[in-house]
Design a protein around this ligand. Structure first.
Ligand SMILES: [Zn+2]
Length: 347
């Protein structure tokens, strides 16, 4: 299987982030990619640096003003804070809410307008990393469109919490949405299956009113975890997208059996919808040792999910999302791919 990954992705490396009053060591770090690449290389997969696609593919699912903010925010911020503890990272401290929605003109205010949490800081290397991850998603999609049964985009930073004009939760540009839009433009009907432990709220938002992309998310009950304000079972899409979104929230600490039953339910929704291609938002943070501590899926559970998804037989783009139990990330990816590739129909 061809794996796309850009070395530029390592240039985004925040050292810490804040949760409430606590300053925590960064969780979405570049050593995640090192571990995943190690597992892929040992399994004999081919690692390829993606081509530079500029802004073209990103513009298919993101607004021009949001992309311009992401591209220029760090330089503009640095003019305001040339030195000192705030100079290195763009981090908002105030956000719009139910009562205030105006778009500020300064980068200080725009940080809160375009980033909805402190967990998506923008540093000097962030834009290049974002672009590299998006390029990986584009080339993985094009590999599948050229006749490959599957390809894997080793994206980092991840993307599924990013809306058309809003970053959050370690995410900036929605790599899975870029892949799904591109795959759908060629194949017609496609689906996104998101098995990251957190609800894929950005992807849901991007495809909310679209009838050509089915969105399924299997995740921990957002009453108890990020993103809190989206991901309930009664969110099903609107307009031509009505009924095309399926959210399958699970009680905290659910293990393999309920998780795999939800994956099966999601697969039935995708089959009934008639998808001709599939994008998997592949997170490993449902793992029982993940610091997210939301679900309790085992390594064998990931292998079993891989088998079920592979057996669908659809042209598939795998897009890396979360997963923060770094020591076991490679093992969990290898298990998923063993199940997935082992279940692929002969072509
Ligand atoms: Zn996650």
């Amino acid at each position: 299987m061809i794996v796309f990954h850009s070395p530029a992705q390592a240039g985004h490396n925040p050292d810490r982030y804040a949760i409430g009053r606590d300053v925590m060591p960064a969780r979405e770090t570049s050593d995640r990619v090192d571990v995943l690449l190690g597992a892929l290389t040992s399994a004999g997969h081919q690692i390829v640096t993606p081509k530079d696609h500029g802004l073209t593919a990103m513009r298919t699912v993101h607004s021009a003003d949001y992309l311009e903010f992401l591209r220029t925010a760090h330089a503009r911020w640095h003019e305001v804070y040339p030195t000192g503890p705030r100079s290195e990272w763009v981090v908002p401290y105030a956000y719009p809410n139910r009562h205030m929605q105006a778009r500020p003109g300064s980068v200080l205010g725009q940080a809160g307008h375009y980033l909805s949490s402190s967990t998506s800081p923008i540093g000097a290397g962030t834009w290049a990393a974002i672009a590299g991850a998006a390029d990986a998603a584009v080339d993985a999609t094009d590999t599948v469109l050229a006749g490959g049964a599957q390809a894997y985009a080793l994206c980092r930073p991840p993307g599924h919490h990013a809306y058309a004009d809003l970053g959050a939760g370690f995410c900036y540009v929605n790599n899975a949405a870029i892949a799904a839009h591109r795959l759908g433009a060629a194949l017609g009907k496609v689906a996104v299956l998101d098995i990251d432990v957190h609800h894929g709220n950005g992807t849901q938002g991007i495809f909310w009113t679209r009838g050509d992309v089915d969105f399924v998310s299997v995740h921990a009950d957002p009453d108890w975890g990020y993103p809190f304000f989206a991901g309930r079972a009664d969110e099903t899409g609107e307009g031509t997208g009505a009924g095309r979104t399926l959210n399958l929230p699970l009680p905290p600490r659910s293990g393999d059996l309920p998780w795999l039953a939800a994956v099966d339910t999601g697969i039935r929704h995708i089959t009934r919808g008639g998808a001709k291609g599939l994008v998997v938002s592949l997170g490993f943070d449902a793992f029982h040792k993940d610091p997210s501590a939301l679900l309790s899926v085992s390594t064998l559970g990931f292998e079993a999910a891989g088998e079920r998804i592979g057996a669908l037989g659809l042209p598939t783009v795998l897009v890396q999302e979360g997963g923060y139990a770094v020591a076991e990330l490679g093992t969990n990816l290898a298990a998923f791919l063993k199940g997935f590739l082992g279940a692929r129909p002969a072509r």
